[in-house]
Write a protein that binds this ligand. Sequence first.
Ligand code: ATP
Ligand code: FE2
Length: 323
Amino acid sequence: MLCLGIESTAHTFGVGIVTDKKKILSNIVDMYRPPLGWGIKPMDAAEHHRKIKEDVLGNALKEAKTKLSDIDLVSFSQGAGLPPCLHVGLNLAKELASKIRKPPIGVCHQIAHIEIGRLSTEMTDPVTLYVSGGNTQILSFVEGRYRCFGETQDIGVGNALDKFGRDIGLEFPAGPRIEVLARGGRYQELPYTVKGMDLSFSGIVTEAVRRVKSGQSKRNVCFSLQETLFAMLTEVTERALAHTKKREVLLTGGVAANSRLRGMLMIMCRERGARFAVVPRELAGDNGSMIAWTGILMHKSGMRTKSGILPRQRTDDVDVKWL
Ligand code: ATP
Ligand code: FE2
């Protein structure tokens, strides 16, 4: 069985083709980049997606050495995400699904991150730390659903890094640039805001920007910002692990590329005797193959999609029937 998955929740438009034997045949992504100094404007991102969707689709089919008539199932990211962007994915999914005469299946973006993570790392039942631009969540499977054990109360940790970067003149996405700038920096205390199991980042960013603008060393501020944000994430992940008594930690999302974050989580897992794995970079960011693979899992467990987009969909809205 071949599933073609379409991702379009935010910056990234992606198409992936995956088999039900866990083989990823293609995974093409194209990312919208806002002009320097700007955040993402949903309408502009959607316009980008509309412009490049046919090319991305064509390249995905070509790389998989297949054609649309060989596709058995079409899936799309149904939510959570930006409505104009989600509509581009939905419309393409409807169009392709009508050509192959099979109803499209709507996939929860956050769950797709976990499922492609499980597939690529062979983890069975992890606590997942999902850290991307817009999302920061600590998730784990409990009683039939992926439950959120902790999350950001304001912006995602990737957006926090990007906002800090934008305000001090770094190009988007700033996360990787901050990682490089932080090398050899010295720690200086910043606000640390963990509230119960939830996190909040915007106050820390404001303070970090203020320090750079008042002439403090960019290197030290970048270093301290990373130390603070990642220690907060590690603390909450550790508590979720202790609470659920699980033995695996899975790190995913675009921010999973960061070596300092990986290092901190690795130490925490070693101390607790838990296995730690990071989703490979090409599958950790937003992509179509995670939507395709989750589409297969949902379809095989008999799930069908009735509604269109769900911009505010939560992970625990979905009955996980495939586990
Ligand atoms: P969503 O939140 O919907 O998943 P997204 O497209 O913003 O959307 P990703 O593509 O998963 O998410 O991740 C992009 C984020 O990852 C950006 O905020 C970027 O700064 C951050 N990022 C990428 N590489 C690194 C790195 N090495 N260190 C820290 N952050 C990084
Ligand atoms: Fe994502």
